[in-house]
Design a protein around this ligand. Structure first.
Ligand code: C2O
Length: 458
């Protein structure tokens, strides 16, 4: 999408939600600039030294809810030490608040460094966690320390991981008092379905489906600080959440030989700056980050590869593309309907929506329908017009940033029979589900294209 296209689709979106584009566009830059001071990295960040070879042993990151009591004690001691730096030396880039500022600065304040909505979303967060992990290790004198991950796709791990809520108060360095998710709340299954992301054939579709699907939903569901990028990393569970997002990237690469990372020089040579565990300003490239086992010395223990059997029985292929550049509506062509009819028997069908334009004024999860009437009824999965959900996380609560939407795949396998009956016009609509709106609003969602892909068995 060119810059002009982006502007155009933003204009359409703004017109759609009935706002004056000028009102929104102008204030964005100023607060961003002013607030930029507060999150900017401390010290001199002009001439980074390239990150060298990591000589640590290759060790597993493990599920946060299955850590042994001594592993939990280490994890807590590490965050305790990191938080202590906030008071003993607030300018130390290794302190907890400074660490959280990194995310605030890159992901909500610096339009030029922004990684969300781009192909650098995964590698940048991988680098961020890597240096964060090394700092935690250094602070407890154990560089073999590895971050845990919150494997929320596991049906028995859908509450906040125990160490982060036990005890559920400020004596626990992993606690955060702003969460809207309580220790007994569980994430809804459809918020954390990795299937459509993991079966995406291209890196960019995988990345944006993961980002605007389960990644965003978990941010919104945990809520509080986690609900906006400017504050998200002030909650220690952020790092366990992103460790699982990082694991999904590792799993996607392993799931199929055709799953390859971008190979352009721009992507490979893209580099990021971070303070390491010795407060030295470093740079690291996507090329190095892509190999987490060889270069970053960690892998994901237990439940790795579990998806592969699920993915391997299918050969995914793309079906007919429906292009509607200027509207929220699309019609199935006769050819699409025929192809969908053929797919109905075989099982797996994903709908791929490019650039869905959701409201930017709130972090939310939306139920998505393909007719206004069914959206107004909002019967969720029971409705024949329901096709899944999308999430959007704001840069910050104070001001809005334009994050590119990208494409997202939704699993509509169980809806093919009703989809093929839809010969008329379908209108893409979103109903805000989380956080609960006072008044239900049905939004027509402009998009760039809708297509289908089919997974054949055998
Ligand atoms: Cu940079 Cu989950 O956010």
């Amino acid at each position: 999408m060119t810059a002009k296209d982006k502007l155009e689709s933003r204009r359409r979106f703004l017109a759609h939600v009935g706002r004056d584009a000028a009102v929104l566009l102008v204030p964005v830059a100023l607060p961003g600039l002013l607030r930029g001071q507060s999150c900017a990295p401390p010290g001199n960040t002009t001439s980074p030294s390239a990150w060298g070879t990591d000589c640590r042993p290759l060790l597993p990151r493990r599920p946060a809810s299955t850590l042994t009591s001594s592993e939990v004690a280490k994890l807590k001691a590490a965050y305790q030490a990191m938080r202590a730096l906030d008071t003993t030396d607030p300018a130390d880039p290794r302190g907890f608040t400074q660490q959280a500022h990194i995310h605030c600065f890159i992901c909500s304040q610096s339009p030029t460094l922004q990684v969300h909505g781009t192909q650098n979303f995964l590698p940048w967060h991988r680098a961020y966690l890597y240096f964060h992990e090394r700092i935690l290790g250094k602070l407890i004198g154990d560089l073999n320390f590895r971050l845990p991950y919150w494997d929320w796709e596991n049906p028995s791990h859908r509450t906040l991981p125990g160490p982060y809520t036990n005890p559920n108060n400020n004596t626990n360095p992993l606690f955060n008092g702003t969460r809207s998710m309580s220790p007994t709340d569980t994430l809804p299954a459809f918020d954390v379905d990795l299937g459509p992301a993991l079966s995406s054939g291209t890196f960019s579709l995988f990345s944006s489906t993961l980002e605007n699907g389960p990644h965003g939903s978990v941010h919104v569901d945990v809520g509080g600080n986690m609900g906006a990028f400017s504050t998200a990393a002030q909650d220690p569970v952020f790092y366990a959440h992103h460790s699982n997002v990082d694991k999904a990237w590792a799993d996607w690469v392993k799931a199929d030989p055709s799953h390859t990372n971008p190979a352009t020089a721009t992507w490979l040579n893209k580099s990021y700056g971070f303070f390491d565990e010795n407060k030295v300003w470093r740079s690291i490239t996507n090329t190095r980050l892509a190999d987490h086992e060889g270069n970053l010395r960690y892998y994901y223990g237990t439940r790795a590869f579990e998806y592969i059997s699920l993915l391997c029985i299918r050969r995914w292929r793309d079906l007919v593309l429906t292009l509607n550049p200027a509207a929220s509506a699309f019609t199935h062509s006769a050819a699409t309907l025929t192809a969908l009819r053929g797919a109905a028997e075989k099982g797996a069908v994903h709908m791929v929506i490019t650039d869905p334009q959701l409201p930017r004024d709130i972090s939310a999860i939306y139920s998505v329908y393909i007719s206004e009437r069914e959206a107004a009824e909002d019967r969720g999965a029971d409705s024949p017009g329901y096709i899944g959900q999308l999430s959007y996380v704001q840069g910050s609560k104070e001001h809005q940033h334009e994050l590119p939407a990208g494409a997202i795949a939704l699993d509509v396998s169980r809806r093919v029979k009703t989809l093929i009956e839809r010969t008329g016009e379908n209108v893409l609509c979103a109903v805000q589900r989380t956080p609960k709106p006072a008044q239900k609003r049905v939004l027509k969602v402009p998009f760039k294209s809708v297509s289908y892909r089919v997974g054949d068995v055998g």
